[in-house]
Design a protein around this ligand. Structure first.
Ligand SMILES: [Zn+2]
Length: 322
């Protein structure tokens, strides 16, 4: 075989190898391509997103979009972080049913949970979008634009083209919305993970969608949150008649995951209250508390958030003392 021909074959082989590796990592522009829609109850599916923060690799997909198929339509909860992720979710839904998406429920103002609205609106212009009244206000007040820019920045342009479709139907606490053969009951908080949180129960499915009031195997950021309010919201969730809990981030589980995250928040808050009384510094609390936080050491984000959470909980405990 002539030398150049050998080189040509070797190069072609190498190129096909590289191409194979690249396409295994990135089979398409669909941020959900490497994630499955997992059935969690009779008619409800969840696509469990990455446990990381937004990166060019995960294209900003990091939450848990969920959907329930009714006898006539599809109800979506938190349709992910961008136009592209929303389109990916539509593809997943279409593999399961041809029924149209008619209702969309948003858990809170953080854009990783709802910027996928745009894809739904484009395909189903009549779909109704619901959220906490404070979610709607904050999003229209600048948070929507902040999140569009933040996502594009952190993903280095992977979410380009995303426009915020802000929900326009305000929910009230314990409101029940009948959709075909199912019900969606909203639980609203004044201040938990944010000042805009709604959790959703679908009683017929025994499913609770918590938004970021509850996370599992990933530590939630609390920079917009309130420890006491978040603990109270989880106590409300514990009283609901559900068996399946879909957290804002991390795997779906049973009601036990409510207790696991509540215990994280409560351990920190109670130690912080005591530390304020004893006049201790946050770093002392951190050192004392660390050995008892074994269950959370491996959670994504623990390293970065734990110290911050103690400082914040101590400020909150100080405020509560006055
Ligand atoms: Zn959040």
């Amino acid at each position: 075989m002539p030398h150049f021909k050998k080189i040509f074959i070797a190069t072609a082989f190498l190129l096909s190898m590289i191409h194979g590796v690249v396409s295994a990592l990135d089979p398409s522009d669909d941020p959900l391509a490497n994630y499955a829609a997992e059935k969690v109850s009779e008619n409800t599916w969840v696509v469990h997103g990455s446990l990381e923060f937004p990166t060019p690799q995960n294209k900003g997909f990091m939450n848990n979009p969920a959907f329930t198929v009714t006898d006539k339509s599809v109800v979506v909860f938190d349709p992910a972080s961008s136009l592209q992720a929303g389109e990916g979710l539509l593809k997943k839904i279409k593999k399961i049913t041809d029924k149209p998406i008619t209702h969309v429920f948003i858990s809170h103002v953080h854009g990783d949970h709802w910027l996928g609205n745009q894809a739904i609106k484009a395909t189903y212009p009549d779909a109704k979008f619901y959220a906490h009244p404070q979610m709607i206000e904050a999003a229209n007040d600048g948070e929507a634009d902040n999140w569009v820019a933040l996502m594009e920045n952190l993903t280095e342009g992977a979410t380009k083209g995303t426009e915020a479709i802000v929900p326009d139907i305000a929910l009230s606490d314990r409101q029940e919305i009948k959709i075909d053969n199912i019900t969606v009951r909203a639980y609203l908080d004044d201040w938990a993970h944010t000042k805009s949180d709604a959790m959703f129960v679908i009683p017929e499915e025994k499913v609770l969608v918590t938004g970021d009031n509850v996370t599992y195997r990933r530590i939630a950021r609390m920079s917009d949150g309130n420890f006491q309010g978040n603990i109270a919201s989880i106590e409300k969730a514990l009283e609901t008649e559900v068996e399946i809990v879909v957290p804002g981030h991390g795997p779906t589980g049973g009601k036990e995951i409510l207790g696991i995250f509540k215990s994280y928040l409560q351990t920190i808050y109670e130690a912080s209250e005591q530390a304020v009384e004893d006049d201790k510094e946050p770093y002392e609390v951190k050192a004392e508390l660390l050995p008892s936080m074994d269950a959370y050491h491996k959670w994504s984000g623990f390293e970065g958030e734990f110290g911050r959470h103690i400082s914040q909980a101590m400020l909150e405990a100080e405020d509560a003392n006055f």
